[in-house]
Design a binder for this molecule. Structure first.
Ligand code: PGA
Length: 267
């Protein structure tokens, strides 16, 4: 069965006190209202790097099984790379997931497909789970080039790491024009792109990619999540802005869990 995910990307937001408050509210929801079963919905939060260790410590003390992920990582293990953080360092402080190739990294920090592929290789070699972000720009969308763009982004990783990379990765389809804009892709569009992704990957190696989870990201909120999650090939969501709003974030997690067996606490 394909694993379901709800992943919160906090981006450049938060402070020690704000993080603690946000996590307290998220955890309280799960302790008082529902039990969150990570076998059914894996919930991951991705704070800024400097807070990863503390966020992980808070989460490990709580009763939920929410995991931490980093927003980026170096492709290098060690050396003269000022300002970088290696996959090994992230693993050492308890990080299990890392976003790779987010469109903000691609556009603002010029990360190209080759670098993204190297990062995926580097993360996998440290036993971390890459959350590979792919997606087209508005121009590409309007030109009808979505399938071509996402295929190219996937093939560049396959060329570098092999199809094997996808047995231990998560994919997030995030149309660039939908990120932080309030413009969500229609559920039908999302479903059709996810199908293209799944078919491309199974052509390359069906056994490896059978259980591959493909998430959607881009202006997901509590009102549109159910329709997106109703699509056959949507296995969860990568959430930016709304991941900082505890009530809305937990509502999206619950929506994803609803089709599974959400356990209500009786007390
Ligand atoms: P958004 O961001 O939910 O604010 O659109 C999504 C993302 O950047 O992953």
């Amino acid at each position: 069965m394909r694993k379901q995910y709800v992943i919160g990307n906090w981006k450049l937001n938060g402070s020690r006190s704000q993080n603690a408050e946000l996590l307290k509210k998220i955890q309280h929801h799960y302790v008082s209202d529902y039990s969150l079963d990570s076998n059914q919905v894996e919930v991951v939060v991705c704070p800024p790097t400097v807070y990863l260790q503390e966020v992980n410590a808070i989460l490990r003390q709580g009763a939920t099984d929410i995991k931490v992920g980093a927003q980026t990582a170096s492709e290098y293990v060690t050396g003269a790379y000022t300002g970088e953080v290696s996959p090994q360092m992230l693993r050492e402080i308890g990080c299990e997931f890392v976003l790779v190739g987010h469109s903000e990294r691609r556009t603002l920090y010029n990360e190209d497909d080759a670098q993204v592929a190297n990062k995926v290789a580097s993360l996998l070699s440290e036993g971390l789970i890459p959350i590979l972000c792919i997606g087209e720009t508005l121009d590409e969308y309007e030109l009808g080039e979505t399938a071509k763009v996402v295929s190219q982004q996937l093939l560049s990783v396959i060329d570098e790491v092999g199809i094997q990379a996808f047995s231990k990765s998560v994919i997030a389809y995030e149309p660039v024009w939908a990120i932080g804009t309030g413009k969500v892709a229609t559920p039908e569009t999302v479903q059709s792109v996810h199908r293209v992704i799944r078919e491309l990957l199974s052509e390359q190696g069906q056994a490896v990619t059978r259980d591959m989870s493909i998430l959607y990201g881009g202006s997901v909120n509590a009102s549109n999540a159910a329709q997106l999650f109703a699509q056959d090939d949507v296995d969860g969501a990568l959430i930016g802005g709304v991941s900082l709003k505890p009530q809305e974030f937990t509502s999206i997690c619950d929506t994803r869990a609803e089709k599974m067996t959400l356990k209500y606490n009786s007390a």
